[in-house]
Design a protein around this ligand. Structure first.
Ligand code: FEO
Ligand code: CA
Ligand code: CA
Ligand code: CA
Length: 659
């Protein structure tokens, strides 16, 4: 979800507002958590690591393990050699010379066999629940048939994070019962069969038996893990505390080694309204998550989104949801063992000992980085057993030290401060109030942790820190070195011994983003960075199958940086470490999300989210962007068609690996 810095735009006021008011009571600048520095500013871009992952065990790509055979460990390979794209802003998308970038599926395209054609002037919730949803974000690639490593036939698993009413609905003048129903249908996810055909072009299969829509409106989702059936999850509609209608604000996600799809519930506070009595037992819990925000107005039409009437309903959102894309009848599951917060994503690494590690960011200013370590081990020959792996294990939160080391601290009921004395009666309370539990352990508040991605080739892990305009100059520390931090940075973690289960490791700054020519920016890049190569606001990250990093951004604009959001390749190893190169850019107003490579690295799937937003920030347009008067009508450019969030697939002209 786009979260602009200090100037909320018409769209996404909710997330911006909640983000402008940090809710971490311990670490917000108001409370002045000034860090005593033991060391000066860390040296950047050293390219050497005190702990070499290469000496230890290797993680293995989930994709490789799907079929049950292990990959050869290898060093991350090769420098990027594509011709760099010019940075800039205009009405359409652009990719580096020598590549094609084709629209694969758009908001409103039919997904289910009985879906009607998209008719923007006559939308309905029933139609939307059968069509591709709004604001596609995470993209998972599940090869077909199941267990294969194929790169030309798959199920795309695509999140639909949120809605932009002014761009979606004709003559929008505030929510109505009908627009709310359509929005609830437009959230969630789409699972769509896709094929690469003759000539190397991709298309989706509209009538596939695998195609599925998951929505906030009608999909039944069950709960599992420590909080299942807990009193704090019980509502009028669900006295069992075990069955939730829908999933919401699905931002990034992940794929597991057993071929399931993880959706991260992020800004769930936006969808709740109403008022809760000051002395209600859930009041402080809700405040810690910025609840209720009320932006969407859903509570006016659905009692469950009114916290005054259903104070436990918010406790049923903010989880990681697991879906089996290969079984269209499978019920999605909220895995509460992974904690409740504003989940950006869920990057799965399979440890050398077959335990499953899920890295997760909590995307708000001054929030934390987490990981979950499964108790059980992945068995490539028992898919059914693997479906239970995310129910038992240990949730950890990261504490970063000034000396370049970090610790993972366990969030386990009964240990440390996580006891009845502090209001925790069980592990259910710990996962429901994961943020407060992490506060008590002294976790390190970060500059908006977005995607976290493990590199299976090197064992290193990358944390995207998007920005933090609220960090004060006196509240910086080595791992969050700028106050304010308008442009974000990327932290590299090296788990001790290359072991994702290790409870300590070393960290380093890979890059500090911003304009390298501006001496005040504090940007840190490889000296060869070009005028097109730098970026700001790193959000999502992909590691290609050669172990190279690709970054996508959320926050560049004509106003802020003179460039659209997009994709930048980023060297992370060797002499060129810290050198970015611009590869793809989105149309005006959009954000770039969902980067996912097919296993052969010949196709890169990208999500273009909220095209035409923030019309005021593009001088060539310079006004509010609406359905009637959008800043771009990408991708159709038809006078009667609004802008449409879409999935784009990049391939190399004439074939071959990307980059
Ligand atoms: Fe939905 Fe953190 O971006
Ligand atoms: Ca987003
Ligand atoms: Ca973002
Ligand atoms: Ca994001």
């Amino acid at each position: 979800m786009v979260q602009q810095h200090d100037e909320p735009q018409a769209r996404r006021q909710a997330a911006v507002r909640s983000d402008d008011v940090p809710v971490n009571p311990i670490h917000s600048p108001t409370f002045g958590d000034v860090v005593a520095r033991r060391l000066g500013r860390r040296e950047f871009l050293k390219g050497t690591l005190a702990v070499s992952a290469a000496a230890g065990a290797f993680a293995i790509s989930p994709m490789t393990l799907l079929g049950g055979c292990a990959a050869e460990p290898a060093s991350a390979g090769g420098h990027f050699d594509f011709p760099e794209l010019d940075a800039g802003v205009d009405a359409t998308h652009h990719v580096a010379a020598g590549y094609a970038a084709d629209v694969l599926i758009r908001w409103g395209d039919p997904v289910l066999p009985d879906a009607p054609a998209f008719d923007p002037m006559n939308q309905s919730a029933d139609a939307q629940e059968r069509q591709f949803g709004y604001n596609n974000d995470y993209i998972g690639f599940a090869p077909l048939p199941i267990g294969s490593h194929g790169s030309d036939h798959a199920l795309l698993c695509v999140n639909h994070e949120y809605t932009c009413q002014e761009l979606m609905f004709p003559n929008y003048a505030g929510h109505t019962a009908q627009t709310v129903e359509i929005e609830m249908a437009a959230h969630g996810a789409s699972i769509v069969e896709v094929r690469r055909g003759d000539g190397g072009k991709w298309s989706y299969v509209p009538n596939s038996r695998y195609n599925r829509r998951i929505s906030t409106r009608s999909t039944t989702v069950v709960v599992s893990g420590p909080a299942v059936g807990h009193d704090r999850l019980k509502t009028t509609a669900d006295p069992s505390g075990r069955r939730v209608i829908g999933t919401v604000s699905n931002c990034a996600g992940g794929m597991t080694p057993w071929g399931t799809y993880l959706l991260a519930e992020e800004n769930f506070q936006c969808y709740f309204g109403g008022e809760l009595a000051e002395d209600h037992r859930e009041q402080s819990n809700h405040r810690r998550y910025g609840l209720p925000d009320g932006e969407y107005g859903w509570h006016r039409y659905h009692q469950r989104f009114d916290v005054g009437r259903e104070p436990n309903e918010p406790n049923r959102f903010g989880w990681i949801v697991e879906v089996d894309p290969y079984n269209p009848a499978a019920t999605p599951v909220k895995r509460t063992a992974l904690g409740r917060f504003k989940h950006e994503g869920a990057a799965v690494a399979l440890n050398a000992d077959n335990r499953v590690v899920v890295y997760m960011g909590d995307d708000q200013r001054f929030e934390y980085v987490y990981k979950f370590v499964s108790q059980g081990r992945h068995d490539p020959y028992d898919r059914e057993a693997n479906h239970k792996l995310l129910d038992s294990g240990t949730l950890f939160v990261a504490k970063f030290r000034e000396d370049g080391t970090f610790d993972w601290m366990p969030l386990v009921f009964g240990t440390g401060a996580l006891t009845p004395r502090n209001g925790f009666a069980s592990q259910a309370d710990v996962v429901i109030e994961a943020r407060r539990a992490a506060d008590l352990l002294g976790a390190t508040p970060m500059d908006r942790p977005e995607d976290v991605e493990a590199n299976p080739k090197t064992g290193r892990v990358y944390v995207m820190l998007s920005n933090n305009s609220k960090r004060k100059p006196g509240n910086t520390n080595a791992v969050n070195p700028r106050g304010p931090n308008p442009h974000g940075h990327i932290v590299e973690l090296t788990p001790e011994g290359g072991d994702h289960v290790a409870i300590r490791g070393r960290w380093d700054l890979l890059v500090v983003c911003g304009d390298p020519k501006n001496p005040d920016s504090g940007a840190q890049w490889h000296p060869k960075v070009t005028a097109d190569g730098w970026f700001t606001d790193p959000d999502n990250c992909a590691v290609d199958n050669r172990g190279r990093l690709w970054i996508t951004t959320d926050g560049n604009s004509a106003e802020a940086t003179g460039r659209s959001d997009g994709v930048w390749a980023l060297e992370s190893e060797g002499e060129l470490r810290g050198l970015p190169r611009h590869f793809f850019r989105v149309p005006a107003g959009a954000e770039m999300t969902g980067p996912m490579f097919a296993p052969d690295d010949e196709s890169l799937f990208l999500s273009v989210q909220h095209p035409a937003s923030h019309g005021e920030q593009w001088p060539a347009f310079g006004r509010k962007s609406t359905f009637e008067d959008p800043s771009t009508r990408w991708p159709d450019f038809q006078p009667n068609m609004p802008p449409r969030p879409s999935v784009v697939v990049v391939t190399k002209q004439g074939g071959g690996k990307i980059g």
